[in-house]
Design a binder for this molecule. Sequence first.
Ligand code: LIP
Length: 267
Amino acid sequence: MSRELQDLAVRVATAAGERAATWRTQGVEVSALKSSPTDVVTEADEATETFLREQLLDARPDDGILGEEGDGLASRSGLTWVVDPIDGTVNYLYDIPAWAVSVAVVEGDPEPGRWRTVAGCVVNPVLGEVYAGFAGGGATLNGRRLTASGRTDLGRALVATGFGYAATRRREQAEVLLRMITRVRDIRRMGAASLDLCGVAAGRLDAYWERGLQPWDHAAGALIAREAGATVGGLAPGSRETEEFTLAAAPGISGALRAALVDAGVP
Ligand code: LIP
């Protein structure tokens, strides 16, 4: 069942990514602002989510939907699809090739920290990269098995993070980064949480952390990173990834990273 759900996620996310990439080449307009003047949504975000919903409900009409751009749909089957039609919206708006379609399916209460993620897919259409995974089945990139980094020295770790849209939170996040930047190899800020999490799964990053992620930002990428052997969760050991805090790291540095983040002032 889990593999079949993964295959459905791959099919619909790949098709949605092709449509979003086509719209990108035709030009993109901001259609609305959300939490701040820089938190934008484009017509492509909305149209891509509509497409994802149609495809998923056509295949599985009793499932629920939790998406970034539309109203929630309660599940009658116990499964809910958690979708981000375009993660990395600002990158998409600027035509920076670091945006993704993220599709996950979760079992139980569709709340991060309470759900059980069953399968997921993150597609970067510009690079032709399809990350996928299912619970207990491992994670892949274009069919190739993924394994998280074997890094054991935080001082040689390449880490990624991100910033919220609210100025006050961005200041707090920058102050933490100021204290962290001398404790790691270097920092990357890609602008799409799903790709950051998949970067940890692929060993392209040794770790990633961020506060303030929405459920659809991390649902698929967290599963893929976990299935690749990364330590994934909140700031406290054993906690789950939520809006409060999301971390994914090579197991050999996860403890040191958490301690350094606490020391750097992460609340
Ligand atoms: C984005 C996240 C990213 C975060 C951005 C933004 P969106 O999601 O994927 O990690 O740093 O501020 O929230 O808004 O592009 O779907």
